[in-house]
Design a protein around this ligand. Structure first.
Ligand code: XMP
Length: 517
């Protein structure tokens, strides 16, 4: 693989994605990994990422000169570039001159080496305080900016390169070209990592892991569990049973979508556990959001265990236990929890689609190395319909955390209708791709006066929460066209009993979260 050494900013994931967009496989490793361990992974090339430190800061992460003597092509980016220059005997200065954001870069002489094919003047995205003032010996200076006299360097002989700016961000002109120059010209790699290869490779791996054992997979209705299940089904066929727990907190048409579309596309064995009663009973009288989440999570596990016991009882080789549990864990989850080396997970979300590891199963996680967009591509490759692979995120606890107040069957029906209308209008307006997701919230504990027909009504408000986001960590409210909002509002107030008002949430995240609970 191409190894991206993570110096602690968010850039490492972005770099890894850009490398994969060039159809080259990449993995992220922490900067704390010793050099010999990095080299033991047999990297085809190494990219040192940016990071928040100054090479002058006490305890600043270093890079050992050994890394550059192994004959592996290296590209240093931003902090990684400075650490590299420092390690190889160049000069890094604290100029006090900072450059942030869009910056003009000038190629010294012709744009060549990793800058080949890019213009002599380009706009690049910078974020640095220190800068390299003298290139290490053997390097040619390829570019300068007003704040960085040495903004890009190359030693084509040793195949070592560095750039001060961030080629991985879209604001840098020609950034992808520069990365590709490094991968294909500098490191001599081939663009042979494709979705088709991923499927083949994973199918083989799954077969090797599972052998003739039996596996189950919880389907949540979301993209990740559907794609994981489809991959495992491709690998082991009927040895897999998919379990779909219908907790009654789903949106209109969702249960049917799993039952029909998923099975039609994959041919997977599906066990449906209708547990709507169980969840409604457990949620009766509960209004506190965290309590709701805990109850839903707990009941989900119980429902899943019951389903598993039923499956074991009903199978031909009754009594033989299910040994494997398929999970749709993605690469960002693995990286964020310390690259799989056991650090604490920084996400506090209760993932109802996912199950705790202390259930007595060995885990099968075929998406562990993939980013979300790659998971979607794999899903499409496996023949899953767009309705499943392009689906917007939906929280595991479902409509349970979109009813502000107690969850009851009536309220669920009201919210389901309003949500279906809002979604249908958004789709009809062709704006599905403009919004990241659009929670529709029922303020069940709030009442408002209205007038409908000839009479006074005393109903409930519905809140629309359309947001744009990259990764759900931050978000902004979507500026949807007024006429679309008007259509949604008219239809909901006319067609949904008990709702006499529609409000729009115009809060970014932070300070608001995307969901209301
Ligand atoms: P918040 O509300 O924290 O949501 O801004 C961020 C993203 O996470 C989704 N979400 C959840 N997903 N289980 C999930 O699987 C949960 O408990 C959960 N809570 C929120 C939310 O829809 C948004 O995409």
């Amino acid at each position: 693989p191409v190894l991206v050494v993570d110096y602690g900013a968010q850039y490492a994931q972005l770099i890894a994605r850009r490398v994969r967009e060039a159809n080259v496989y990449s993995e992220i490793v922490p900067h704390t990994m010793p050099t010999e361990q990095i080299l033991a992974k047999n990297p085809a090339a190494i990219i040192l990422s940016g990071g928040p430190s100054s090479v002058y800061a006490e305890g600043a992460p270093r890079v050992e000169a050994d890394l550059f003597q192994a004959g592996v092509p290296v590209l240093g980016i931003c902090y990684g570039f400075q650490a590299m220059a420092n390690a190889l005997g160049g000069k890094v200065a604290q100029t006090g001159l900072r450059e942030y954001g869009a910056t003009d870069a000038t190629m010294s002489g012709q744009a060549r080496s990793i800058l080949a094919g890019t213009p002599a003047a380009q706009n690049v995205w910078m974020s640095h305080g220190d800068s390299v003032h003298e290139a290490p010996e053997g390097f040619e200076v390829l570019a300068t900016t007003s704040g960085a006299p040495v903004a890009a360097i190359a030693d084509d002989e040793r195949r070592l390169y560095g750039v001060q700016w961030h080629p991985e961000v879209k604001h840098s002109d020609h950034g992808q070209r520069i990365l590709e120059n490094f991968l294909f010209e500098g490191a001599g790699l081939k663009a042979d990592w494709t979705t088709g290869n991923i499927v083949e490779e994973q199918v083989e791996k799954i077969r090797a892991q599972v052998g003739d054992g039996r596996a189950i997979c919880g389907l949540s209705g979301g993209v990740d569990s559907a794609v994981a299940a489809a991959l495992v089904q491709r690998a082991i066929g009927d040895q897999l049973t998919c379990v779909f727990v219908n907790h009654g907190l789903l949106r209109e048409g969702e249960a049917e979508q799993v039952e029909k579309d998923f099975v039609a596309a994959t041919g997977a064995k599906l066990y449906i556990a209708d547990e709507q009663e169980r969840f409604l009973t457990a949620l009766a009288g509960v209004t506190d959001p965290e309590t709701k989440r805990k109850i839903i999570g707990r009941e989900f596990i119980r429902a899943f265990e019951t389903a598993e016991a039923e499956i074991v009882k009903a199978s031909a080789n009754a009594g033989e236990p299910v040994k494997f549990l398929v999970q749709g864990t993605l690469y960002p989850d693995v990286v964020e929890s310390g690259g799989g080396e056991g650090a604490a997970n920084i996400k506090s979300h209760h993932n109802v689609g996912g199950l705790p590891e202390d259930l007595q199963f060995e885990l099968v996680e075929p998406l562990r190395t993939l980013f979300k967009d790659e998971v979607r591509a794999v899903g499409a490759e496996l023949g899953l319909p767009a309705e499943i692979v392009q689906r917007q995120p939906f929280p595991g606890p479902g409509l349970g955390i979109r009813i502000i107040g107690e969850v009851t069957e009536d309220r669920l029906n009201t919210l389901r209708r309003a949500d279906a209308i809002a979604r249908a209008e958004l789709t009809a307006a062709g704006l599905d791709n403009e919004v990241w997701q659009m929670p529709v919230v029922l303020l069940a504990d709030v009442r408002s006066v209205g007038v409908q027909g000839d009479g006074r009504t005393y109903g409930h408000p519905i809140v629309l929460r359309p947001v744009s986001s990259e990764d759900a960590m931050t978000a902004d409210w979507s500026r949807l066209p007024y006429d679309l909002l008007a259509r949604i509002s008219n239809r909901i107030t006319n067609e949904v009993d008990g709702v006499n008002r529609v409000a729009l949430d115009v809060t970014s995240k932070p300070p608001g979260t995307i969901e209301w609970e």
